[in-house]
Ligand binder design. Structure first.
Ligand SMILES: Nc1nc2c(c(=O)[nH]1)N(C=O)[C@@H](CNc1ccc(C(=O)N[C@@H](CCC(=O)O)C(=O)O)cc1)CN2
Ligand SMILES: Nc1ncnc2c1ncn2[C@@H]1O[C@H](COP(=O)(O)OP(=O)(O)OP(=O)(O)O)[C@@H](O)[C@H]1O
Length: 190
């Protein structure tokens, strides 16, 4: 079994080998794959905003799909002292600012805060997933803490450029499993 550390290194390298053009094409394919999911009768969708320098999936295409369907969009602001996230409605009024890790986050006053219990679907960032829906992120546990506060029926969807690892990822008691992994070619249902 590979350690989470080894998996992180391997997938960071695989991501950094992708060109801007590949990232864009694959991100569009991922947004198109998401259209096939049976999730479109809900209201409140949480989306991560991409860290470009880390070669993450560009979520702007999925964002356009969600906006086109008049869904409520929710984005987070991270607290890097306790690795928690606060969630806010994304509206025309929301100004976004890059934090020191390159994550676009809502800034300023007047943002409408949303509770985890209100969220119907969460699109999660990750470095790698396995065939059981375990995920590995950057290793601060932000999403494990967030997802455990959601309702049990909240749909958790990982997005990745790469297919799941055939070997299981070492999971601990805090790890929250995904319901789906969407890749440019395929949807995995766990
Ligand atoms: N777009 C996006 N937003 C997200 C996440 C994510 O993975 N992607 N997170 C998911 O949990 C949380 C942020 N998690 C983070 C955890 C660690 C570091 C960090 O230590 N960055 C360092 C080194 C990066 C590295 O190479 O590992 C840096 O930028 O200097 C940044 C973000 C919340 N928001
Ligand atoms: N619900 C939780 N409560 C307290 N600590 C937690 C919780 N979830 C995770 N942690 C801690 O956070 C740290 C990182 O967890 P892990 O390695 O699973 O992160 P990850 O899933 O890769 O990262 P991320 O969720 O940020 O994408 C671990 O030390 C873990 O014990």
């Amino acid at each position: 079994m590979k350690s989470k550390r080894e998996i992180r290194l391997e997938f960071k390298e695989r991501r950094s080998a992708l060109s801007r053009k590949q990232i864009q094409e694959k991100s569009i394919e991922i947004a198109n794959q998401c259209l096939k999911l049976d999730i479109w009768n809900l209201q409140n969708y949480h989306l991560f905003l991409s860290i470009e320098k880390q070669h993450e999936i560009q979520t702007e295409y999925l964002l356009q799909v969600l906006q086109g369907r008049d869904k409520n969009l929710i984005v987070s602001k991270g607290n890097f002292k306790d690795y928690s996230l606060n969630h806010y409605l994304l509206t025309d009024q929301t100004s976004l600012k890059l934090n020191k890790y390159g994550i676009p986050e809502p800034s300023g006053e007047g943002n409408i805060q949303i509770q985890e219990s209100q969220i119907d679907v969460v699109f999660t960032p990750l470095l790698a997933a396995d065939l059981k829906g375990n995920r590995v992120g950057y290793g601060k546990g932000f999403y494990d803490r967030f997802l455990e506060k959601c309702r049990p029926e909240t749909i958790k969807i990982g997005l990745n450029f790469f297919e799941p690892l055939p070997d299981l990822i070492e999971a601990n008691e805090n790890d929250q499993r995904l319901d789906y992994l969407v890749t440019p070619e395929k949807i995995f249902n766990f």
